[in-house]
Write a protein that binds this ligand. Structure first.
Ligand SMILES: Cc1ncc(COP(=O)(O)O)c(C=O)c1O
Length: 384
């Protein structure tokens, strides 16, 4: 038994030498605001997301905030959303003065469904928000059609799901707004950062403004693509007041160093998930969360449901004593006092959050490691 962790749950891939050389270019240029590197990262991400309407921001939380504002969230309006997520998915609703309507999740996925969402939509709902838990896509097409029936927007929190696909396409093709995170423990990192992908050109242009106080600085670039000082005659219309959410060249240079390696990184996440799928196929104590046919998850982590007979928290401790870091990743948001006024019975959330566990499956885990981890899991569950 070892007391130190050999297999962490999170670890970002960092091309140190490439990143340092990219950062040196930024520092030498004397321009660290949004410019050449941010433009270059955006160009490269167009190939990944197969979409041109990308706005790079300083975080996924910022992207979510802009998406919610564009969806029409304001006092008196609400968003139907999942409590089973990072607090970042839901705090922007409060910050924009809107209201929350919790939709329950499936205890087999941790994700909202078309059915749980449609029960909550009312005349004040402007959007539905879902999270692709652990990089596993929710039922994107069903959710999209329910939202369409009710005439509300779809906001996809894809913070866990960089490079995940659905029906052979990047997941951002299935929502009005998709928000990615490039934060410190995600598949792809800029240190901190995020992207908003908008399906409509109108939203894209409006989001460009909202990311910089309400003023379109895209129109004020020098010949190299760096932002120039704000034009003296630029106006910000009433109702268009925005935020200070742009990405800068330092963050983008860190991202540019990792991006070419991402297909290989995500392939390793998928390979490890396949090893776990095979190892747990016959188990009666542990099963992976359900996946929708046609989805190609990117497995930020590998989330499973433990049988009722297993004490999840003690199991996490046992794995830690074997050097394997596991965890719940997020706790239900309705547990936080700031959301007290929205509290109601959510049996799916309670069940999922009591029995779910995520184990490491990233690029730092080799296939042999994954086999060893699976063997340890099954041994501790008394199935080996
Ligand atoms: C589901 C989810 N949404 C949103 C966020 C916020 O991302 P960021 O830190 O880039 O704002 C996170 C971050 O961990 C997350 O896990």
């Amino acid at each position: 038994m070892s007391s130190s962790i050999s297999y962490p749950l999170f670890k970002v891939y960092l091309e140190k030498e490439t990143a340092l050389s990219g950062l040196a270019d930024v520092f030498d240029s004397g321009f660290i605001n949004e410019g050449i590197q941010v433009n270059e990262l955006k160009e490269q991400l167009k190939g990944v997301f197969k979409d041109d309407n990308i706005i790079l921001m300083n975080s996924c939380t910022s992207a979510l905030t802009v998406a919610m504002k564009l969806a029409g969230l304001k006092p008196g309006k609400n968003i139907v959303t999942s409590p089973m997520t990072c607090i970042a998915s839901n705090t922007p609703i409060i910050n924009l003065g809107g209201e929350i309507k919790w939709a329950d999740v499936s205890p087999e996925t941790g994700m909202v469904t078309a059915e749980t969402i449609s029960k909550e939509i009312d005349e004040n709902t402007v959007a539905v928000l879902y999270v692709n838990w652990g990089g596993v896509p929710a039922n994107l097409t069903d959710i999209q059609s329910v939202a369409k029936q009710h005439g509300v927007k779809v906001i996809q929190d894809a913070a866990h799901a960089f490079m995940a696909e659905f029906d052979g396409k990047p997941i951002n093709h299935f929502a009005d707004f998709t928000c990615y995170s490039f934060q410190a423990i995600k598949h792809f990192t800029c240190g901190d950062g995020g992207a908003l992908v908008c399906q409509s050109d109108r939203d894209y242009h409006a989001a460009q403004k909202l990311k910089w106080f309400g003023y379109d600085r895209e129109k004020a670039k020098d010949e190299k693509g760096n932002w120039k000082a704000q034009q003296a005659d630029a106006d910000i219309q009433e109702g268009d007041v925005g935020f200070k959410f742009n990405m800068n060249n330092v963050s983008a240079a860190i991202g540019l160093a990792q991006l070419p390696k991402m297909p290989e990184i995500v392939a390793q996440h998928r390979d490890n998930a396949a090893t776990y799928d095979k190892a747990f196929a016959q188990s009666s104590k542990i099963r992976p969360i359900n996946r929708v046919q046609g989805s190609n998850p990117s497995f930020w982590v590998y989330t499973c449901i433990l049988d009722n007979s297993v004490d999840r928290d003690k199991f996490i401790d046992k794995l830690a004593s074997e050097g394997i870091h596991s965890g719940q990743v997020h706790v239900p948001n309705d547990d936080y006092s700031c959301f007290n006024k929205y509290r109601k019975p959510l049996p799916g959330v309670r069940k999922f959050s009591e029995h779910q566990i995520s184990i490491p499956c990233g690029w730092w885990i080799t296939r042999q490691d994954a086999e060893k981890i699976a063997h340890t899991v099954l041994t501790l569950l008394g199935e080996k």
